[in-house]
Write a protein that binds this ligand. Structure first.
Ligand code: FAD
Length: 469
């Protein structure tokens, strides 16, 4: 008799767990109340990156003359076509997941799942019909949704969450974005390219405050270059809709900002309310995050949780990897999550790719570090590609020379950072990273040079820097 595994939620955590469990011979049922792919595919990673691809194409067309390309006529975009392309990309991926499920014999039930007991999941359909699924193992992967501020007049059109903004129904003349975190900054560049005047308001003293300061500093400069206003150390206290659809917002600083639309991107709330966690006796933290250990086990044997709902790193690939760990452990394995070498991409213009410790984190933890930096503009490839803005940064333990962090802001940073992830994963030293031969001409040369700069030995930087150590 195969193990009966039920998964609640078919986002990147749940659907990947389902496939791995099916590969291992389990009888898998997935309960999903919306569409497979979850936030990531329907309202997050994929639609935003598809919109970014359109705005990048637009920026390339606007800058074509720099590359010797003469476009006759005005460079224009068609909002409907941008939206349709995004919808097509999403639809294709949804079909792909559904086909994978079918090919692996995974049962997909449309309904809202909850825990009836330690071994029964109840699914309630929209028409009220219920189905109780007896399960040997359960994985909770119900994800998250945009956090809302009580009192803000959300209407999906003029006062939006990221779920609305990604639909790109219109391009407001002036968009106010509350929260200059990852999502807020990504949308700032998207809407700015499409012609909105954009103001970002951030509670903390800097944009992208979780990133290394060198990286967020570059993005703050690029926001300025793009004429995106950034107001830091301030919060929006009230939003009042006035006649003519213009919104007046007042900030904690006493400032008033008028806008045609507001995007509230202040974080995520976890989808745990309807699960009846307390009935099952599952332990949860102060934000409602389900408590898990590194094997993704909850406080109840046989019940696992993965993805955003665990409140760890809220990233799609983390959810998926946690899903693999949970599925394998649910079926007798002994897998562990390791977050130290998880890379992350931020798809601003330019991108950020980061892995491991930020310099300020190392300082806070009292770790003495040696740091190497190398600018994009010192790379031949960067000039050839017209992408000279950016920086490579390698952070190494001063005592052992082990790579602790790699941070890149610049073209293709989200791909390039994986070399740093591998270095951290394998315990490589900065010396080894610098010794590795990097192909010329590539952006990746910058990682080798930054690693060499840890010892003051980068080749393509002026002499006084080389003699630093
Ligand atoms: P989700 O993707 O939220 O999926 C949970 C699923 O569970 C949903 O389908 C939901 O309908 C379902 N569900 C919830 N409750 C129930 C229930 N009771 N019964 C049945 N089904 C239920 N991450 C990245 O790594 N890279 C990016 O570039 C990136 N960009 C993003 C951009 C935006 C605008 C947003 C909002 C997020 C982005 N993220 C990105 C984050 C990423 O989307 C999430 O970390 C990821 O989707 C989490 O996966 P999950 O499986 O835990 O949850």
């Amino acid at each position: 008799m195969p193990t009966r595994l039920t998964i609640i939620g078919a986002g990147p955590g749940g659907y990947v767990a389902a496939i791995r469990a099916a590969q291992m011979g389990a009888q898998v049922t997935v309960v999903e109340e919306n569409e497979v792919g979850g936030t990531c595919l329907n309202r997050g990673c994929i639609p935003t990156k598809t919109l970014i691809a359109s705005t990048e194409a637009l920026e390339h067309a606007r800058n074509a003359a720099e590359f010797g390309i003469e476009l006759t006529g005005e460079v224009r975009y068609n909002l409907n076509k941008i939206r349709e392309r995004k919808d097509r990309v999403v639809e294709l991926q949804i079909k792909g997941i559904r086909a994978l499920f079918k090919s692996r014999g995974i049962t997909l039930i449309s309904g809202k799942g909850s825990l009836l007991s330690e071994d029964v999941v109840r699914s309630v359909q929209t028409d009220g019909a219920t189905q109780d699924i007896r399960s040997d193992r359960i994985i909770i992967a119900t994800g998250s949704r945009p956090a809302r501020v009580a009192g803000f007049p959300f209407d999906g059109e003029t006062v939006m969450t990221s779920d609305d903004a990604v639909q790109l129904k219109s391009v407001p003349k002036h968009l106010l974005i509350i929260g200059a975190g990852v999502i807020g900054c990504e949308f700032a560049f998207i809407y700015r390219s499409l012609g909105s005047a954009v103001t970002l308001v951030e509670l903390l003293p800097r944009a992208l405050s979780t990133e290394d300061e060198d990286m967020s500093g570059i993005i703050e400069r690029e926001l300025k270059k793009a004429k995106i206003a950034l107001i830091t150390s301030a919060s929006v206290v009230t939003i009042v809709k006035t006649a003519g659809g213009v919104m007046t917002t007042s900030l904690s600083s006493g400032q008033e900002v008028k806008a045609d639309a507001v995007l509230v991107s202040i974080g995520r709330s976890l989808n745990t309310e309807h699960l009846r966690l307390e009935d099952a006796g599952l332990a949860a933290g102060s934000r409602g995050e389900i408590t898990v250990n590194e094997k993704m086990e909850t406080s109840i044997p046989g019940i696992y949780a993965v993805g955003d709902v665990t409140g760890k790193m809220m990233l799609a690939h983390v959810a998926s990897h946690q899903g693999i760990v949970a599925a394998e452990n649910a079926l007798g394995g002994d897998e562990h999550m390791n977050y130290a070498s998880v890379p992350a991409g931020i798809f601003t213009r330019p991108e950020i790719g980061s892995v491991g410790l930020r310099e300020h984190q190392a300082r806070e933890q009292g770790i003495a570090v040696s740091v190497g930096r190398f600018p994009y503009r010192a790379l031949g490839k960067a000039h050839a590609a017209g992408e000279i803005t950016g920086l490579f940064k390698v952070i190494a333990d001063a005592a052992t020379d082990r790579v602790l962090g790699v941070h890149i802001c610049g073209a293709r940073a989200s791909d390039l950072v994986h070399e740093g992830a591998l270095a951290i994963r394998l315990g490589a030293t900065a010396r080894q990273l610098g010794d590795m031969v990097h192909a010329h001409p590539t952006f990746a040369e910058g990682i080798g040079e930054a690693a060499e700069d840890v010892f003051g030995r980068a080749i393509h930087v002026p002499g006084e820097r080389r003699e630093r150590r």
